[in-house]
Ligand binder design. Sequence first.
Ligand code: ADP
Ligand code: MG
Length: 322
Amino acid sequence: MSSEANALELKDVEIVYQRRHRTPVRAVAGASIAVKPGQIVGLVGESGCGKSTLARAAVGLVAPSAGSVLFHGEPVKPLGLRSRPASLTGLQMVFQDPQSSLNPRRTVGSQLADALEIVRRTPRSGHPARVSELLEQVGLPASASSRYPHQFSGGQRQRIAIARALAADPTVMVLDEPLSALDASAQAQVANLLVRLCRDLDIGMLLISHDLAIVNQVADEVAVMYLGLIVEQGPTGELWRTPRHPYTEALIGAIPQADGEHSQPTVLPGEVPNPAAPPAGCRFHPRCPLAFDRCRTDAPPLLTVEPGRTQACWLQRADVPA
Ligand code: ADP
Ligand code: MG
């Protein structure tokens, strides 16, 4: 896999939050993820495992304490959104809550025009036409331009936030729980929209979600994160059919089934440990039903277990007796 082919590449990224009079939190403890043009990579894991922190590092909103973040081979420097170099405008982020990322007092059209103004690719005279085009791309009528964010549903507001990101002609979008605040039908529609945009515009997407079912529907690749580390990664279908890490298996098992008969608990047993004081050995071992001695003392490295698939677990799942 040549790194040139990656639109976004995070290599061995570590992120430490310093806290006054308290132990620092190593929220990301060495994670690598690559996103190719036109590819959706899902990043899943329970709340608190470091997904948002990694997302913020991917777009330069927090500085990694180690490792590197590359956008088309160029280092992403944490400078803040306003003072970003022009070469990074193609790297866009969409947040969970469009309500808080849109300005309630300005029309949708003027907010999209502002986004066009920052990128300066479209002359001002072309803004109205481009605004209509952006709205159409996200499935909204051109008339949405003269209305205000509160006049839309949650799903429509998320479409507006996506349109605003598209105004920058992004090649990579990092989406942090973009569907979590939406009802089920809006979730499905916006998920379809993301897949379409990814394919039509050749955008690479890092889609963060605690909801493995959604990621299973839309992502080409999945990375599973546990307490600051990627524990398994691979093509979505394969990972879904044959999860190699007990944590991945547990996450998949925790998805509520549509038919009530096979419904499973939605929360994994055991507590998520505090990332400021992670367990020794494999970080998952206190919650792992298959843990044995080595898991309590040695941290398993992330190894390629078959082409395109990595796993960090002392158990080679194929060796586990049935
Ligand atoms: P996720 O998005 O997977 O829920 P986060 O990246 O938000 O996880 O958080 C990872 C860990 O880092 C959590 O333990 C969280 O409490 C901690 N954390 C997040 N932001 C900060 C911060 N600004 N200062 C200190 N700790 C933080
Ligand atoms: Mg988060």
